[in-house]
Design a binder for this molecule. Sequence first.
Ligand code: UN1
Length: 483
Amino acid sequence: MSDVYQNYVAGKWIDSTSGKTFVNVNPADAGDLIGHFQDSSREDAEAAIVAARDAAAGWRALSAPGRGRLLAAAARIIERDMDRIAGGLTREEGKTLAEAKAETARAVQIFDYFAGEGRRLSGETTPSEFERTLLYTVREPLGVVGLITPWNFPVAIPAWKLAPALVSGNTVVLKPASAAPLTALNIVRALEEAGLPGGALNFVTGAGTVVGQELAANAAVAGVSFTGSDAVGAGIYACVSGRGGKAQCEMGGKNPIIVLEDADLAKAVDLSINGAMWSTGQKCTATSRAIVHEDVAGDYTARLLERVAAIKVGNGMDPETQVGPLIDEAQLNKVLAYIAAGRDEGAKLAAGGGRMTAAPLDRGFFVEPTVFVDVKSEMLIAREEIFGPVLAVIAVRGFEEAIQVANSVRFGLSASICTRDISRAMEFADRIQAGLVHVNSPTVGAEVQVPFGGMKASSTGTREQGRVAVDFYTQIKTVYLEY
Ligand code: UN1
């Protein structure tokens, strides 16, 4: 029997009342069973919400710098346990160990950054119309918040929701994705070891339709922050805002890289490979459209295909591996269905396109790094988020058409341009419909100290990360004090 992992509620590790568990397997080798996790019931989620509510006054009463110190202590524990946490992440999620370590290091930065926010949670004072009146604002926590996190960044995304939520004085119920719950559990353990009081953070694993649904529907949960698919996010947003709660949803992307005729093509190819292929394309910020000026499209594509052919796909634990598996069979089938749709619509498959079945890859969910050329912007593969290592190359006649194609999708998360022309780079920054804009830099990546989020169907609610992250987790009180 492999390990059984429990929920964490009111400072205790406990089993679900359902008596049921689900299994977590290694996507690089489906025979490698990582453990059993609690298949929690609605009652478990309710109990966690009650525990968070009971702990709210005590946690809020602690000073903000004091809450920050606990986050800093957790950062040191995560740093100490980096190899174990990153190893578990690769085993359950599939990304390479180098990527898992970089992501864990990012979580350390996030906890350190928001530890400092404990000393900066400021309001403002302004002159009043009235004499002898002090007019000022303070930030207060919302109360209980629900955090629903995805499997593709199983340490960074829980960290970037937990840290601002906790430092702002909220108590939390965290529901991690069922495909990668071990890494989130390791973060909960780090916060427990750091000395977080019982009930301030509760951890409940299980189905989104049960645990996630309860967090969205329960009136005691003042705010819900979600990262995941846009279909689920839209439902959560409607449910939470419909009952007067606060909702923040980070959803899909269909992120373009525009390559102009004056671009450094070696660099453009480098950025395209990074954005489209690393982490197996399983990032909401992944590059999935290369919108290339027709004068350089041939040269760009030739260089791109040469690089794609050399990509080493395999188990993320192997130091040679550059691209790991997709997360599970459902994701594999979804990616293969998009590839089939691309062929049906007449795009030309220039690289990859199939499942990888040579042993030992047949034990996991591996797909070939895939490139389509001659893609038209109306095609499904140019419009919908695929969430796999698939890049669609679209040739355009010039800058105007590039902007028009880039903005023609319903998503607006991240966008990049490769050019040496500062005027066109600036015009791109002005006109692109995206929350994250990159010039000669990949669509992926997110520094902790600046806001992260998208426009259009990519995001709803205020931004994550940076100082503005606390805007979601706090409410402002304005005080008029006459003396
Ligand atoms: C990154 O590009 O490093 O789920 C961060 C996602 C995003 C995070 C991307 N919320 O892929």
